[in-house]
Design a protein around this ligand. Structure first.
Ligand code: DX5
Ligand code: ZN
Length: 235
């Protein structure tokens, strides 16, 4: 069963509680929380006080995506602030520091995730494979919501899927960026199990209907998967 994780980056922050309620009632599985530092990506977004407020407001699983340099400095504070899963970027520091950040998250009893930018090769995840519960494959350049899905990332997703299956690892595969009912079905056909969707969900009038559409497209995609009707394509 695919999980849907609406990204609150696209929510109306003046009504954040009601926005969270709307996706929770609409059937969201997780809530995706984007943190940007203006250095790793050319944008700023949310931080500790907002995460603490969201944590106090909802018991939804909080999927925190750190787009920050040297994330080891802050992972424990994000865990304390209420993250259930903390994802750091492979490109954000040395291999040693990233491994240490991932282990710290797990030592604090939270799930640890590793994110790969679109241009980062799939095998950059290999040295971390024992230390992660999730791999996040970015399908846009991180930093902004509302961009178009990069279908050329799909083969990378497929390679990661094969590797995880080959080693019998439980690690989840997540995609983030430009997810809509069409691209969701492509991502799931390539092995994604968690779909982050910002604009597609929060810019829809009816969030339940949109979440249902995302799930429905995935089901239809899975039905067609076997007959090769879903070749990766650039859109
Ligand atoms: C982009 C963020 C995404 C963003 C996705 O850097 O990591 O989570 O919110 O937004 P959409 O779904 O609009 O592409
Ligand atoms: Zn994100």
């Amino acid at each position: 069963m695919v999980k849907i994780a609406p990204s609150i980056l696209a929510a109306d922050f003046a009504r954040l509680g009601a926005e969270i309620d709307s996706v929770r009632e609409g059937g969201a599985d997780w809530l995706h929380f984007d943190v940007m530092d203006g250095v790793f990506v050319p944008n700023l977004s949310l931080g500790f006080p907002v995460l603490e407020g969201v944590r106090a407001y909802t018991d939804l699983f909080l999927d925190v995506h750190l787009m920050i340099r040297e994330p080891k400095r802050y992972v424990s504070r994000f865990c304390e602030a209420g993250a259930d899963l903390v994802t750091v970027h492979a490109e954000a520091d040395t291999e040693e520091e990233i491994r240490s950040a991932l282990r710290e998250v797990r030592a604090l009893g939270r799930k640890a995730g590793l994110a790969l930018k679109p241009g980062t090769a799939w095998d950059r995840a290999l040295p971390f494979i024992e230390d992660v519960d999730l791999i996040l494959v970015m399908t846009v350049e991180p930093g902004f919501g509302g961009q178009s899905f990069m279908a050329n990332v799909l083969p990378k997703l497929g390679l990661l899927r094969e590797t995880l299956d080959e080693f019998g690892l439980e690690c989840l595969l997540e995609v983030d960026g430009g997810v809509n009912p069409l691209t969701a079905s492509l991502a799931v056909a390539s092995g994604a199990q968690v779909l982050v969707a910002g604009s597609d969900v929060f810019h829809a009038q009816n969030r339940k209907e949109q979440i249902d559409l995302l799930r429905g497209s995935v089901k239809n995609g899975a039905d067609r998967e076997g007959d090769g009707a879903l070749p990766p394509k650039r859109i």
